[in-house]
Design a protein around this ligand. Structure first.
Ligand code: FES
Length: 109
């Protein structure tokens, strides 16, 4: 079952750059762009660099290691070398607090 988790007050998130959040085993890159907030898996689909350290351009984050750009809304890569999307988390801003919805992690058996 999915779980909605409070991660921070909106006012505490820096505008225009990423923050890494660890929550219940999820490594999440959170980006505030003005009044909007986006959350992606903080693991580039190419070679697992931290996207929270990437720069933002026109609704995308550029991977700091090899430069693939990922759409903040869809997680789809817009440039090589990455060819697979990264996971996108649902985000809600309620009463000044930012929440993400987490799905349970699959546990290898
Ligand atoms: S690790 Fe992100 S593009 Fe290579």
């Amino acid at each position: 079952m999915s779980e909605k988790v409070r991660i921070a007050p909106l006012a505490d998130l820096p505008d225009g750059r990423g923050v890494r959040v660890d929550a219940f085993g999820h490594r999440i890159a959170v980006f505030r762009v003005g009044g909007e907030v986006f959350a992606l898996a903080d693991r580039c689909s190419h070679a697992e660099a931290s996207l929270a350290d990437g720069e933002l351009f026109d609704g995308a984050v550029e991977c700091p290691r090899h430069g693939s750009e990922f759409d903040l809304r869809t997680g789809e890569p817009g440039s090589f070398p990455a060819t697979k999307p990264v996971e996108v988390y649902a985000v809600a801003v309620e009463d000044g607090d930012v929440f993400v919805t987490l799905e349970p992690l699959e546990v290898a058996s």
